[in-house]
Design a protein around this ligand. Structure first.
Ligand code: ADE
Ligand code: ZN
Ligand code: ZN
Length: 257
């Protein structure tokens, strides 16, 4: 009995230690960037749905509800696994849904003003989060290592894994608040912003998948990572945050035209 209690305790500790999500800061940065790119119409419609709350403040809702078993049906929506060299349209899809079907479902429900407000609010919060996850390349990784969760590495001498380095280690160690980080990202001119907003979900998935391919080559199992890794990859983190924010704004501006 004692052993079972100990095992359960250990297992729960482990799952807390492995929280599988883009850092809270990353999602808030993406919400903040999007908020500043909203059209007047989208801004007003969203403020009404969210009772005046900002996109950054609700951007982690979809991860928070993971602790509640009533929301289990949404847990596969946070990622999509695609084998290298394959396209989403050519693979067998997770029957529980994935990032692509999740985002599509959110758009469908938020778009229809006849749906109950409660549902539109729920799926709007999901949408803000999922467009963020789509820009964490390891959320578009390979199934056999659970998007890098099974690739163990050390991060400044402590146990981590490739997924977590990209979810949170690099961003959290950078040490800025979400608004400081949003303000510190490279400024993009109007043309560059427009270019980033081109395409649609499957194009953005492809881009993340291609980055993930490089990230699989960026570490060896068990490797000790520290300053050098962030030095090499921080530009990619910044660019994915910028893209996530700008594309989220694009999706929302199209929804509330
Ligand atoms: N998080 C949990 N499982 C995952 C997977 N298979 N791919 C990416 N992220 C995940
Ligand atoms: Zn994650
Ligand atoms: Zn998530």
């Amino acid at each position: 009995m004692k052993n079972i209690v100990l095992l359960i305790l250990l297992a729960s500790q482990m799952s807390f230690g492995n929280a599988p999500f883009w850092s809270k800061t990353g999602h808030r940065v993406i919400g903040e960037i999007a908020q500043n790119e909203l059209s007047g119409k989208a801004k007003r419609a969203i403020a009404k749905l969210l009772d005046g709350k900002s996109l950054s403040s609700i951007s982690n809702f979809a991860d928070e509800i993971k602790a509640d078993s009533r929301y289990r049906e949404f847990s596969a929506w946070h990622y999509v696994n695609i084998p290298p060299g394959k396209d989403y349209k050519d693979i067998e899809h997770n029957t529980y849904g994935d990032l692509v079907t999740g985002i599509r479902k959110c758009i469908e429900i938020v778009k229809d003003g006849k749906n109950p407000k409660e549902d539109r609010v729920f799926y709007l919060k999901m949408l803000v989060h999922l467009v963020g996850d789509l820009h964490q390349p390891m959320h578009v990784g390979r199934v056999e290592d659970k998007g890098g969760n099974d690739i163990q590495v050390q991060w400044f001498g402590r146990g981590s894994n490739l997924h977590r380095v990209w979810d949170s280690n690099m961003i959290d160690d950078y040490g800025l608040s979400f608004s400081e980080l949003a303000n510190s990202l490279p400024e993009l001119d109007k043309n560059a912003r427009k270019k980033i907003q081109e395409g649609e979900v499957l194009d953005w998935v492809k881009e993340s998948q291609e980055i993930a391919d490089k990230l699989y080559d960026s570490v060896e199992n068990g490797e000790k990572l520290a300053y050098r890794y962030s030095y090499v990859w921080w530009g990619t983190v910044e660019s994915q945050l910028n893209k996530g924010g700008l594309r989220l704004a694009k999706v929302l501006n199209d929804l509330f035209k």
